[in-house]
Design a protein around this ligand. Sequence first.
Ligand SMILES: C[S@@+](CC[C@H](N)C(=O)[O-])C[C@H]1O[C@@H](n2cnc3c(N)ncnc32)[C@H](O)[C@@H]1O
Length: 374
Amino acid sequence: MARYFATVARGLESIAARELEGLGAQSVRPEFAGVAFEGDRTLLYRVNLWARTIFRVLVPMAEFRCTSPEMLYREVYAIEWEHYLSPDHTLAVDCTGRNEQLNHTHFSALQVKNAVVDRQRDRFGTRSSVDVATPDLRLNLHIHRERAVLSLDSSGNSLHRRGYRPAVGSAPLKETLAAAILEMAGYSPDLPFLDPMCGSGTLPLEAAMKAANVAPGLFRNRFGFETWRDFDVRSWQQLKQEARDARQSELPAFVGGSDRDANVLEQAKTNAEFCGFSEAISFRCIDVRHLEAPFDRGLLICNPPYGDRLGDRQQLGTFYKQLGDTFKHGFKGWTAYVLTGSKDLAKRVGLRPSRRIPVSNGGLNCTLLEYELY
Ligand SMILES: C[S@@+](CC[C@H](N)C(=O)[O-])C[C@H]1O[C@@H](n2cnc3c(N)ncnc32)[C@H](O)[C@@H]1O
């Protein structure tokens, strides 16, 4: 059994914990912006391949008191790096957190990198190069008060980069957040799903992937652990094959997205095609205000523009009111969710929300409002 730590967006800890338990993780413990858990190496690979709501899986390798740059350097230098990488492997170091003495994450990361390569140079006369984009070994340093945790990053690039979305519209949702919102809304694959302002299609795509039991990691071409010394290629190939076999050929119910912007909708279609969903997801170019429910009941989720990044507040006020009217008259029998960063605009919807769920969207404090439409 090894100890792992999944990093997640603030507020998604309990959703991620549930997901990890479902994937077979042991001793699952939600913490701040992350979830600690235990498991074997196969579980580590499985979580990277299947988890929809987490950013990365870290493997803690050293934990120490750290109250000065010199202390950090000494502790890292003392680690037997020869077991993890040789000078012809590339390296990158990320850092999160700070304390009084180490208050620049970039500087702290540099200290770690220097300690690793200095040790290599002292032993072999040569050192690893830094490759921030696709290193053979990515390290993560987290500083909290007087403690530092150094981990290997098994994911490499953040897992929200599924690899299916080369094309993005304006202000796209992170894939991990879209997946978490579907969980919050209790999305069930047998219920029709619609995002009437779908942009690059993140919500319909994540819904379809869940409904068809598609492992989100199948579209990525690289995970951090694939260049580790202990990489078990057979077990990884087997997990990927099992995941390919587990994909359902059809969606149990309607999954659709619409948007008034034809260009952005083309991006959504390109992304869907990349995932093999060009036939399965229905895309339509239409203004939400002219839309009517395609079925008697279903789940609608959208994140309309709310002014911080797109659009103009006053016009948006009118638009939110019209959105409320569309829900009320065109979507009876449905449950609608609106993700917005503006309390004022949310009020303009003019319907009483049955739930308000706080959600952090890329650092912005947003609310997911639930409306039961009778
Ligand atoms: C914040 S973006 C949604 C991003 C999307 N969730 C994604 O991940 O790419 C808002 C979207 O609403 C669309 N939109 C704005 N007004 C609309 C309207 N009246 N009818 C339909 N779509 C609209 C925009 O074209 C834009 O794509």
